[in-house]
Design a binder for this molecule. Sequence first.
Ligand SMILES: C=CC1=C(C)c2cc3[nH]c(cc4nc(cc5[nH]c(cc1n2)c(C)c5CCC(=O)O)C(CCC(=O)O)=C4C)c(C)c3C=C
Ligand SMILES: [Fe+2]
Ligand SMILES: [Fe+2]
Length: 359
Amino acid sequence: MTLQFSSRMPAQAGEEMRAIRLPGDHPQVKAGKIGVLLVNLGTPDATSYWPMRRYLREFLSDKRVIEWPKIVWYPILYGIVLMTRPKKSGHAYDEIWNKELDESPLRTITRSQSDKLAEQMGNQNGRLVVDWAMRYGQPSIRSRLENLKAQGCDRILVFPLYPQYSATTTATVNDEVCKALLNMRWQPAIRTVPPYHDDPVYIEALSQSVERHLAGLDFEPDVILTSYHGIPQSYFKKGDPYHCHCMKTTRLMRERLGMDKEKLRVTFQSRFGPEEWLQPYTDKTVEALAKDGVKKIAVMNPGFVADCLETLEEIAGEAGEIFEEAGGEHFTHIPCLNDSDLGMAVIETVVRRELAGWL
Ligand SMILES: C=CC1=C(C)c2cc3[nH]c(cc4nc(cc5[nH]c(cc1n2)c(C)c5CCC(=O)O)C(CCC(=O)O)=C4C)c(C)c3C=C
Ligand SMILES: [Fe+2]
Ligand SMILES: [Fe+2]
């Protein structure tokens, strides 16, 4: 029995979606739509001990994130980390929690990015569905993929919201997508968005965000740090391209902004555990700059598509305090692109490009 809807080509623009008409003994299966799934890292459901523990357990049990053998890592994870970290991280999340919606900023911003993208793209004659998910916590990748399938999406573009590729972020999103497909009888065709660390639209958006932010200050920073989330040095040595992607993003920004290596620098933040991570470390750099007599700095986070714990609490909060305690006078945090016009232009450009041939 042949389907009456061609699965080779989606319906053309302007054409009505055609329902699949099947004989009465066939199950009704929706098809013919295209889904876009934005995926960010994750977020706890609340800041108290158990929700924090659930979130951290899922995150830190991921083999892509902590590569140590389970026999070594699990006693440390269950015996120490999950006993102490949920409370400590919960307090940090309390500082930045979106009290109005009772959720983390990362969740608020990711949802807004999805809503705005849906609006910008239009529904393409009922053919396009945009949704969002989190790699750890809710809404899960599996639940949103199943939902897109149930709505008739047989082609899905998965967008891991990381401009710079790392096995610890991009690859684990892709792993989770593949795991969800394992249970599907009729799997959708899947595309995943490649890294876009050197995309001109991304570099332009970051550069304009710097210019706009600096224009609103009553001081000119002596130094601007582009602070990226770190990864263990050992992952880099095994071939993770993340470090090079970060370096290239900042190099292209320097060229666009006409700044030299002294003015626009690269640092790495958010170390976890005893291993050596990518250097120079953001906190140590901020302190050293102040001690060397630098009075005015700005810090931005090009690798984060949305503001979150790591940017709002660790950088805008803690790094600012470190700088001032060490003798610095003016510290400013340049917000992430978030759901701003600049940020949405990047997301829309990348999505339209990666949907080529489908839309
Ligand atoms: C070994 C541990 C970790 C690696 C490797 C790592 C890589 C990595 N993470 C991000 C982005 C984010 N991380 C966030 C929080 C966070 N990260 C780790 C550990 C590793 N990250 C932990 C334990 C936590 C939880 C918070 C805490 O207890 O400190 C977040 C914020 C989430 C939020 O809700 O706000 C983001 C975003 C990248 C880009 C990356 C490697 C490139
Ligand atoms: Fe992290
Ligand atoms: Fe490199």
